[in-house]
Design a binder for this molecule. Structure first.
Ligand SMILES: Cc1cc2nc3c(=O)[nH]c(=O)nc-3n(C[C@H](O)[C@H](O)[C@H](O)COP(=O)(O)O)c2cc1C
Length: 339
């Protein structure tokens, strides 16, 4: 039993042994990335966001295999849903649970223009009544054993009206019985500009735990978590129950290992050697081949290669080699050549 500086993370009936999770990442957090995240210390990992209509339309075949298959080693797996209509949200959530997902997260955060324009994702922060209706209906429809959590940004924008909408939505979500709340400390309008505002994340935790007297509802923070030291500082300052790592772990699963060590009061391991990087990139690539097949593997892996290359001392040349790579054989040659 590890003597951690932070308690385990409880979300509904699920208990995760460390308050450290892999955030949902569109285009990235597929089964191979989630497997690496867990192996390096994440206690839980979420898939990329699924559009409710996608979940309802996919029957079987490759798309279902790539996105919706849950292996036992990936359980409890977290699925995140996006949409705008509560009926579709409910049907899609029920289907995901039937497929084996053990936690459903509702995306009220995505800042992508096309998404917001269709009254989905971050738009819902500006429409708290609709957002609460979605959360209430999904919570009521799913078995109590499946936690329903919500991903928010700190507000739609910085206007007084949006701020009020945020706090009224937060209260409404607690009233309808959501099991956890994750907050990214930027507004929807900000997208990824500026810095994440962790003092608002701290206010959210205090509001939930003290003002609303719901300390059992976990509040997770995310935004600009790129080092183990930063994670510990942010957790201490904000009092959040856990963190979701996102951009910091794309091509750098070692950040999970470093953060886990810091959370457990151990010394933080240094950056991986080239030999360690080679081993992990090869392992990641083999997993990608297994899931997507040899023909698609290099295309799927390219963006990860670009991210992994940042840890290499000759990063620009390695990046260009990964970008130009067309075959699995060449991928392994690049590993031999540079690592
Ligand atoms: C490429 C990319 C894809 C993302 N996809 C999702 C997603 O599918 N669902 C979601 O809730 N957030 C998504 N996010 C947001 C992250 O989960 C996280 O909240 C955000 O990046 C802030 O954390 P960071 O500053 O540590 O990266 C995405 C972010 C990036 C960079």
């Amino acid at each position: 039993m590890v003597n951690s500086l932070f308690p385990p993370l409880k979300v509904g009936g699920l208990v995760f042994d460390a308050p450290l999770i892999q955030a949902p990442l569109s285009g990235y957090s597929d089964a191979p990335m989630r497997r690496l995240a867990r192996r390096f210390g994440a206690s839980f990992a979420l898939c990329e966001v699924f559009l409710d209509q996608f979940v309802l339309s996919v029957v079987r075949g490759s798309k279902s295999r790539f996105y919706l298959n849950v292996k036992d080693s990936d359980k409890p797996a977290g699925a995140q849903l996006m949409g705008s209509d509560s009926n579709e949200f409910v049907s899609a959530a029920l289907k995901l649970v039937e497929l084996g997902f053990g936690l459903i997260d509702l995306n009220f955060a995505c800042p992508v223009k096309k998404v917001v324009g269709k009254n989905r994702g971050g738009y819902l922060l500006s429409d708290p009544i609709r957002a609460m209706e979605i959360a209430r209906r999904v919570r009521d429809a799913l078995p109590a054993s499946v936690p329903v959590t919500v991903k928010l940004r700190r507000s739609f924008d910085d206007s007084e009206k949006s701020r009020k909408a945020f706090w009224s939505l937060l209260d409404g979500l607690l009233d309808v019985g959501v099991d956890g709340i994750a907050v990214h400390g930027r507004t929807v309008v900000q997208r990824y500009q500026g810095i994440a505002n962790w003092s608002i994340i701290r206010d959210v935790k205090e509001h939930v735990a003290v003002k609303r007297n719901r300390p059992e509802i976990p509040v997770l923070g995310c935004g600009d978590l790129f080092s183990a030291e930063t994670v510990i500082t942010r957790m201490r300052e904000s009092g959040v129950d856990g963190v979701a790592l996102a951009r910091g772990v794309i091509g750098n699963p070692w950040l999970f290992q470093q953060t886990r060590a810091a959370m457990e009061g151990r010394s933080i391991p240094g950056p991986p050697t080239l030999a360690e990087q080679k081993k992990v990139i090869a392992e990641h690539f083999c997993d990608v081949i297994e899931l997507y097949g040899e023909r698609r593997a290099t295309t799927v892996m390219r963006k990860f290669g670009v991210a992994y290359s940042k840890l290499h001392p000759d990063s620009e040349r390695v990046r260009m080699a990964f970008v130009a790579c067309k075959t699995p054989q060449r991928w392994f040659e690049i590993l031999d050549e540079f690592y």
